[in-house]
Design a protein around this ligand. Structure first.
Ligand code: PBG
Length: 325
């Protein structure tokens, strides 16, 4: 046997050499921490399916925001959990609704140290749990929902948000939100568009986190996991309508979609490392079946390598510490 002349292993010999030739490294500044704030509680409530994640009270939310800023994270994505819900999700539009109050609180706490973003969707506020308003026969009414999103965007902008995150997968949502913001002189409020959002089983634990009322599924508006090209189409449409950042969600099962979108657009691409992806690693680690910290870093590195410039992850704060080592 002739010994090999070319030896890729040579570049893997020492930690210093591996560090020197690493192609990809996740920076804490690229990470966005999703946070849940629940109306009417005075202490954080753990989310059992997401060990380490809580529903915050208004005051514990501020501590988490402050910590995120001191770790040098890129931003926060806020989700509100109201005490009462109705058919039209009016709590999301009410300036005194929990999410809008939390935006004001957090912006006052962290100022420009973090990009403060908010979920722009009705599902946390509707008693049926869908992302929009319903027709009399129970379907999600795209265009009436758009009108509600425009109002919700204005409420969030008035509360001081830096970027809104339309996540409801209604056709035309980015254009309507952009027009509403611009008409009210909120040209500087950005849009992080949930562009390629799939009807995924990996959102399961999130439904507990937001005390979701959903019965059934979202397959008439979120995408079929079988489709990648359609994800590119959605991202291109959102860029056309004025999205500042486009997002693929979930992340780990959709690395190919992240790559395709990255190659198709010239705006930053975000990916959402979702609740089920978090829960799987946490559950396996709790059982001693997986080495937790390397698994976290590997997951985030993979998402970044696939093409995500920004990563939303429940591990953001911890990962910032791990990546610092
Ligand atoms: C909808 C929304 C969802 C998530 C983020 N925004 C749930 C859904 O579409 O059913 C899921 C996030 C996660 O699973 O971590 N407002």
């Amino acid at each position: 046997m002739t010994p090999p002349v070319v030896r890729p292993r040579r570049l893997r010999t020492t930690p210093a050499l591996r560090r020197m030739v690493a192609e990809t490294a996740v920076r804490p500044g690229q990470l966005v921490l999703p946070l849940f704030v629940r109306e009417g509680i005075s202490a954080p409530v753990p989310v059992s399916s997401m060990p380490g994640v809580v529903q915050h009270s208004r005051s514990s939310l501020l501590k988490a925001a402050h910590e995120a800023a001191s770790l040098g994270l890129g931003g926060l994505m806020l989700f509100g959990i109201p005490e009462s819900k109705d058919a039209t999700g009016s709590g999301g539009i009410d300036p005194a609704g929990i999410l809008n109050l939390a935006i004001t609180d957090v912006v006052a706490e962290v100022g420009d140290a973090l990009t403060v973003m908010s979920d722009l969707c009705l599902d946390e506020f509707t008693d049926h749990g869908h992302c929009g308003v319903l027709t009399p026969d129970g379907r999600v009414d795209n265009d009436r929902t758009l009108a509600a999103y425009a109002q919700m965007a204005l409420a969030q902008a008035e509360s001081g948000v830096d970027m809104v995150g339309p996540s409801g997968m209604m056709d035309g949502q980015v254009g309507v939100v952009r027009a509403a913001l611009d008409a009210a002189e909120h040209q500087d409020v950005g849009i992080l568009a949930y562009s390629a959002k799939y009807a995924s089983a990996f959102f399961g634990p999130f439904r507990e986190a937001v005390s979701s009322s959903l019965i059934g599924d979202r397959r008439t508006y979120q995408q079929d996991p079988a489709n990648a090209l359609e994800g590119v189409r959605e991202a291109l449409l959102d860029v056309e309508q004025g999205a500042d950042v486009v997002m693929v969600k979930p992340a780990l099962g959709y690395l190919d979609v992240i790559r395709r979108v990255r190659d198709a657009v010239t705006v930053p691409v975000a990916a959402y490392n979702v609740s089920g992806e978090y829960a799987m690693v946490e559950a396996a680690a709790a059982n001693g079946w997986i080495d937790r910290e390397p698994a976290i870093v590997e997951a985030l590195t993979s998402i970044h390598r696939a093409g995500a410039d920004v990563i939303l992850t429940y591990w953001a704060a911890e990962a910032a510490r791990l990546l610092d080592r």
